[in-house]
Design a protein around this ligand. Structure first.
Ligand code: DAH
Length: 362
């Protein structure tokens, strides 16, 4: 080998050794960029060495080129790995410095507020939790079977049409956005053995949009299954819930016979109301306001879930969260819940630091 080529390879090795020493002293990203330019930049040491290959004959140029390329890659690797070392160190230092104590309470000066729907949900959940109900959830995209069939709403049943369902494209009407929270009853009964005492809050969807309907709204479902459950248990539970939620001691309410395919008998519950000095007062008076639907679980539904009707009985109820929120907080237009009008939100939202009172629900 000619002296020239040996010299060039030697120089390349020296460059790599020099860099190894130099780089250990580097502590910030600016310096690492400078080092990168010094070695591998357009006029960098490695680049210049590469250019000097032009002086060699063809054979030697190829050999030396290969050797230098390997060294060049080593040099580039060294720079990259040192750079990421520095970046990690900087990140760790800033994480250490900017540690947030998530256990600290929120500051009351914060601008955000709790939406009245969330607040109402929290209130109802906390009242019913105190009565021993556990919270369950289910999928928003439901099977037609859980949403309708198992709830005793067969395909040709008029109730199916009334639900204005959003079906998933291409599913042949088998998959849909749940039209109510009742399918969660089925899911729970198929999964768990009685005694069952659950509530299922969540979003529900129907293809409907006007001043009193929104395509997305919220419901809370309730279900109790045990031995000897009667209408009296249902009435007591509903009265406790309504009296607590509306904060009225001797709440006036009535059970009006109604029809739901999944309960038998079924009822709609009204609470008394009256207008006093131009203000709507709830829980007393001679007028009636419908608040929820309920009933004793239909034996056909129990059969679908393989629950023995000789041993068990149960009750269920379903309520609209928007309606509860509108009544309690005097909100008149349903659509305002979803407009995100800043002035409206400021007026109707709740302080994030206020917790729902489990006894009064507010
Ligand atoms: N799922 C009914 C609806 O969306 C509400 C309902 C009524 C639920 C009666 C129940 C019930 O569990 O017993 O209109």
């Amino acid at each position: 080998m000619e002296k020239n080529i040996i010299d060039i390879i030697k120089k390349a090795k020296e460059l790599s050794l020099n860099l190894k020493q130099e780089i250990n002293h580097i502590k910030d990203l600016k310096e690492i960029d400078l080092i990168k330019i010094k070695y591998t930049g357009k006029k960098g040491l490695v680049t210049l060495l590469m250019k000097s290959l032009a002086e060699l004959n063809n054979d030697d140029r190829a050999k030396a080129g290969r050797a230098i390329n390997i060294i060049k890659r080593d040099i580039e690797k060294m720079i990259i790995s040192h750079k990421s070392l520095i970046e990690n160190k900087i990140l760790n230092e800033s994480l250490e410095k900017e540690k947030i104590d998530i256990t600290l309470p929120g500051r009351p000066t914060l601008r955000g507020g709790i939406h009245p729907i969330s607040k109402t949900m929290d209130e109802i959940i906390s009242i019913l939790s105190l009565l021993g109900f556990n919270v369950e959830e289910g999928p928003h995209i439901e099977d037609e079977y859980f949403n309708f069939t198992a709830l005793n709403i067969p395909e040709d049943h008029p109730a199916r049409q009334e639900h204005d369902t959003f079906y998933m494209q291409g599913s042949n009407k088998k998959k849909l956005l749940r039209t109510h929270t009742s399918p969660i009853q089925i899911r729970v009964m198929k999964e768990k053995k009685p005694p069952i005492k659950i509530i299922a809050p969540g979003n529900t969807y129907r293809c409907d949009d006007d001043a009193t309907h929104s395509p997305m709204f919220h419901q809370i479902e309730g279900l109790v299954v045990d031995k000897n459950i009667s209408m009296a248990h249902l009435k007591w539970t509903i009265k406790e819930l309504l009296a607590s939620f509306f904060n009225v001691k001797d709440l006036v309410m009535r059970f009006r016979p109604s029809y739901f395919p999944f309960t038998e008998p079924s009822a709609e519950v009204d609470i008394g109301c009256e207008v006093e000095d131009g203000k709507l007062v709830l829980g007393k008076g001679k007028k009636w306001l419908e608040v929820l639907g309920c009933g004793m679980v239909n034996p056909k539904v129990f059969n679908n879930c393989e629950i023995d009707t000789n041993i068990y009985s149960g009750f269920a109820f379903g309520l609209g969260v928007e309606r509860f929120a509108m009544l309690k907080y005097g909100i008149t237009d349903l659509r305002m819940f979803y407009e995100n009008d800043h002035r409206w939100l400021k007026h109707y939202s709740f302080r994030p630091t206020g917790f729902p009172n489990t006894l009064k629900g507010s």
